[in-house]
Design a protein around this ligand. Structure first.
Ligand code: ADP
Ligand code: MG
Length: 697
């Protein structure tokens, strides 16, 4: 490998490239735009565009694209060549500031949740200069936000960018009110830990369900699952480690700081964590990471599965969204320091997050909902569907002290002794790990653990930013008005310690007792994506999103429609695939096996010898009756799908029908098929088994 320094960021039009290639004045103007959130002047854009084009062409690029993140959750790109024909039959390579700043892709085939029929089909992309341009497959990619003719957000990124401005503004007000005069801008930072599965491409190709839906719709429990927990942090197999090396390299070229990689709990499952960065860049990077994970896998004859639950009965995948809030002068506002109990700044921001999560837990829950995640949340592997916060002993103790009248000490754990003199004493963290908490304080950041593995992290982060901004604005309002600002600040912290303590839970989030306790505390337990969508249209949530101009009411309603529509479509595809696989692959195999058994019984009987054929006979009866049951259950599924058509146009009712009727019936069909898999001759069974899928890489 050549020098890592030369490789890292080599495909990014990053700060050092800009500094080297832009005239000083242009560079300064662009930097100010980026750092202070100012509007970019068109003269500056022209110069930047020319420099970008030259850089890209030198690196072999021929095209440029506005790279954006529509509501379907993936990234979109439409490539334009730099060429411009001249009258003498040649071409010049051009790229103007106008082309850099604005694009006009046709928006009509992207989900708009009704925004499109009300307004125009046209969509606009606008350069997000806070996320650097990069090269991918010979194309200069320009990160952009995507909106409608009237400026309504049609993408994941716009509300995120809006929310970052809002939280900066409100956090600055608070900082100023409590005496900070140096900070100019506040940013939220994110480091998403990405889980994924790797399976063999040949095996994958034989599973229509994986190809069409990203998850297995059939598959009996393997004889070996994850019970030995021998995969977690295990030695990487050569094929996997080769993959990871290539993946790291590709990510590093794009300036994505892939840092940690390891095997996860389930067989075939792995994780990649980058070093954290600002939220919008982290979001772009995570989208790119997912794309490149899939691409590099194919080069190794592997397939990377990002679905939240590719395999039943085995852990699914999620994303741990590590989130914090920092000042432009480098102070992490969630850093407790050495005496958190009298760290006013820390306590204000900590309690603001606590209050926000408590009061808007339904919005946060919605932000982590998708059809795949419904299989995980609340299902004894991922965090429960109830949102609570893990704070750990030290901070919980401080909040309790505050509640009782004032915090005077911070409990610190002693050094940990391992009992071997040659080993260094390990400083014990003030907070232990609690892997069962959906929202855990982990030292100097919060880790939101409910986020779906396949989804964009824009949603969870714009919600987090907005709800925390709202609480910060309430806090700022009070402190600004107060004559004794210090006393008021402590009054606010104490109030939150008292009033919002129901959200804090340090125990085992997977236990049944917690669900009972959570209900007593009045914490919502929203089990499905369908139900979670209601959070987007409650008056309280509509108004907080509107107040901070993160989503207008129209935009919120559009997102509500899109989420429901996406849910129904996903289950519809799964149901159709279930039906088709059962009909054209599983049943024919079962019939073949039945014929084989019957022939065998006849052949044995024909010998005229007194041979006991009862074992074959019993199996024949059992398989035949399961085949009948499967056939009947498939017929019921088909009827439900017909019925679903009559609900078209009623988004909520339709999604509910898919969840509670269609989805349930799919599981009934699957149960018969999975039972049959354990009875039918393995040579005849048409689908690669869970053993084949999980243990062949
Ligand atoms: P752990 O999960 O064991 O705490 P790390 O401390 O390495 O592991 O962090 C996990 C993820 O959290 C990494 O992606 C890391 O970059 C990110 N992270 C660390 N500090 C912050 C922060 N201040 N803001 C956002 N993410 C952070
Ligand atoms: Mg972690």
């Amino acid at each position: 490998m050549s020098n890592l320094n030369d490789i890292y960021g080599s495909n990014v039009f990053n700060d050092s490239v800009m500094r080297a290639r832009l005239p000083k004045a242009t560079y300064k103007a662009l930097k100010r735009t980026i750092e202070e959130g100012l509007t970019l002047e068109s003269a500056v854009a022209d110069v930047v565009a020319a420099a970008m084009k030259d850089w890209a062409i030198e690196k072999g690029a021929t095209h440029f694209t506005h790279w954006f993140q529509p509501m379907n959750g993936i990234t979109a790109e439409k490539h334009d060549a730099f060429i411009n024909p001249t009258t003498d039959g040649n071409v010049v390579l051009e790229f103007s500031g106008k082309e850099l700043i604005k694009g006009e892709p046709d928006a009509s085939s992207f989900p708009s949740g009704g925004l499109r029929s009300t307004f125009e089909a046209r969509g606009y992309t606008a350069w997000d200069c806070t996320s650097p341009a990069f090269l991918k497959d010979g194309t200069l990619c320009i990160p952009t936000a995507f909106c409608s003719y009237n400026g309504e957000a049609l993408d994941k990124k716009t509300p995120l960018l809006r929310s970052m401005e809002v939280i900066s503004k409100e956090a600055l007000r608070v900082l100023k009110a409590i005496g900070n005069t140096t900070t100019k801008r506040v940013i939220t930072t994110v480091g998403p830990e990405q889980e994924y599965f790797l399976i063999d491409k040949d095996v994958y190709d034989k599973r229509t369900d994986l190809i069409l839906t990203g998850r297995t719709l059939f598959g009996a429990k393997p004889s070996k699952g994850q019970e030995l927990e021998d995969h977690y942090f295990g030695t990487l197999k050569k094929r996997v480690s080769d993959y990871m090396k290539d993946l790291d390299l590709e990510l590093w070229k794009l300036g994505i700081a892939a840092k940690t990689k390891h095997n996860e709990v389930a067989p075939g499952q792995h994780e990649l964590a980058p070093i954290f960065t600002t939220t919008n860049v982290a979001t772009d990077h995570n989208q790119l990471t997912m794309e490149i994970m899939k691409k590099v896998a194919l080069q190794h004859d592997l397939v990377c599965l990002l679905h939240e639950k590719p395999f039943a009965g085995i852990n699914g995948s999620g994303k741990h969204n590590n989130w914090s809030i920092a000042t432009d002068d480098g102070i992490n506002l969630l850093e407790p320091g050495t005496s958190p109990h009298d760290n006013k700044q820390f306590l204000v921001f900590l309690t603001a997050v606590i209050k926000a999560v408590d009061e808007y837990s339904d919005l946060l829950r919605l932000s982590a909902a998708n059809p795949g995640n419904d299989h995980r949340l609340g299902a004894n592997e991922a965090p429960p569907a109830v949102i609570s916060i893990f704070l750990g002993d030290q901070l919980t103790d401080i909040l309790e002290q505050l509640e009782k009248g004032g915090a005077t000490t911070s409990k610190f754990a002693k050094d940990m002794k391992i009992g071997v003199n040659t080993l260094p004493p390990l400083p014990k963290d003030a907070t232990d790990r609690n892997r069962t908490s959906p929202f855990a304080f982990t030292g100097n950041k919060f880790e939101f653990r409910m986020v779906p593995s396949s989804a964009s992290i824009a949603g969870p982060n714009f919600v987090l930013n907005t709800i925390v901004a709202e609480v910060l604005s309430e806090i700022a309002d009070r402190i600004e008005k107060s004559s004794d600002r210090d006393a008021e600040t402590y009054a606010i912290i104490t109030e939150i310690a008292k009033n919002n303590k129901r959200i804090i839970f340090n125990g085992n989030g997977y236990s049944d007792e917690w669900l009972v306790e959570a209900e007593k505390r009045g914490l919502p337990n929203i089990k499905t994506t369908v139900e979670s969508t209601k959070a987007l249209i409650t008056e309280k949530n509509l108004s907080v999103l509107e107040k901070h101009k993160v989503l207008s009411r129209v935009e919120s309603h559009a997102r509500y429609e899109i989420t429901l529509e996406n849910y129904s479509k996903t289950i519809n595809i799964e149901a159709l695939a279930t039906f088709k696989i059962a009909k054209t692959q599983i049943l024919p195999a079962v019939f073949k096996f039945i014929t084989q058994l019957a022939t065998s019984i006849n052949t044995v009987n024909a010998t005229g010898l007194n041979v006991d054929v009862s074992a074959q006979g019993e199996l024949l009866v059992e398989v035949s009756s399961l085949a009948t049951s499967l056939k009947n259950n498939m017929a019921s599924l088909e009827k439900l799908l017909e019925k679903a058509e009559s609900l078209e146009g009623k988004a909520y009712e339709l999604a509910e029908f898919y969840r509670f009727e269609v989805f349930e019936q799919m599981n009934v069909v699957r149960a018969d098929a999975d039972k049959l898999e354990t009875l039918v001759d393995a040579q005849i069974w048409p689908l690669p088994t869970y053993e084949d899928l999980l243990f062949t890489v």
